[in-house]
Write a protein that binds this ligand. Structure first.
Ligand SMILES: [Fe+2]
Length: 308
């Protein structure tokens, strides 16, 4: 159902204790064939193509009108993921911090509609992150003619990156304002096998695992009732999930994984735990199977072999 929003306007004072970034804003995925992709994303998730910019079509939730994904013509995988800055000053502060470390940022005019300012940065792992400053506080507004009974509100959640150097990427994202929620040390070294990072009070917006460089999945969040609606929609579309439903230990999340017709892996998730801004990093202390799925069934082989 449409949410009644009470958008919070951050100030220089709140940035001091909340940090410079607000949330994951949207991700852009590459697809080899937009004409096949657009109907698929619409029938699976109800995402509405709200605007085309160059080779990228931006998709919005019919319930909130907010852009959560973009699809860009050519190949597969993640083009970039975008995070909001809380204020104009925190946007400038993050850019200045990167500048001070001689990290080059670039401006690309193809970000989503409604953005006043944006820059992109190449991560050491080869991924691209974008920092955006929305033009205004954006209330939730259903899309006229698209919202209908049963519409699911799809929101941006997190993404899982793979890299051979989790510590290097963790340290780099720390400059942008990411904080650790949970990690697994890499043997006796000061490195990490995995790392869960957040920019707000929820458990994670970025997960980093050791492995061949790439993007394992992009996660979209729905309300818990809508999670089960999404599963029942699979009955009708006859498009089988790759894995799930599961209950992850990290973040106590309901999740199911589907791959679009080109292999891009999406996680549909709900009920991520709110841990607070000042949550201290924890180390994982459960058996592996319990981390993945407290209900038991473990991922298929494709999980550890294939990603974008
Ligand atoms: Fe995930």
């Amino acid at each position: 159902m449409p949410r009644i929003d009470h958008p919070v306007e951050d100030t220089a004072d709140t940035v001091v204790w909340k940090g410079p970034l607000g949330r994951a804003d949207h991700s852009v995925l590459r697809v080899p064939d937009l004409e096949t992709a657009l109907p698929w994303y619409r029938s699976m998730l109800g995402l509405f193509p709200i605007e085309r910019r160059g080779d990228t079509v931006f998709l919005a939730s019919p319930v909130s009108g907010r852009t959560v994904l973009g699809l860009t013509q050519g190949g597969t995988g993640l083009e970039y993921t975008s995070f909001t800055a809380r204020t104009a000053e925190s946007f400038q502060a993050v850019a200045a911090k990167l500048d001070g470390r001689n990290v080059r940022t670039t401006v690309d005019g193809t970000t989503r509609p409604g953005i006043r300012d944006a820059f992109r940065v190449d991560l050491p792992s080869g991924h691209i992150f974008e920092v955006v400053q929305p033009a205004a506080v954006e209330p939730s507004t259903p899309i006229a003619g698209e919202y209908r009974p049963g519409s699911i509100d799809v929101r941006t959640s997190h993404l899982q990156l793979r890299t051979t150097d989790v510590k290097q990427l963790t340290d780099f994202l720390g400059v942008l304002g990411f904080r650790s929620s949970l990690y697994v040390p890499l043997g006796e070294s000061d490195g990490y096998y995995l790392q869960f990072l957040r920019v707000n009070e929820f458990h994670h917006q970025v997960a980093i695992l050791t492995g061949r460089e790439g993007t394992h999945h992009v996660a979209l969040e729905v309300d818990e009732a809508d999670f089960w609606k999404f599963l029942d929609n699979l009955v009708v579309t006859k498009f089988g999930a790759e894995y799930g439903p599961v209950r992850h230990h990290e973040g106590n999340m309901l999740s199911i994984y589907v791959r679009d017709p080109f292999g891009n892996r999406l996680e549909i998730t709900s009920t991520m735990e709110m841990v607070g801004f000042d949550y201290a990093p924890h180390t994982a202390n459960q058996p592996f199977w319990y981390h993945m799925n407290m209900w038991g069934p473990q991922p298929p082989e494709t999980w550890e072999q294939e990603w974008m």
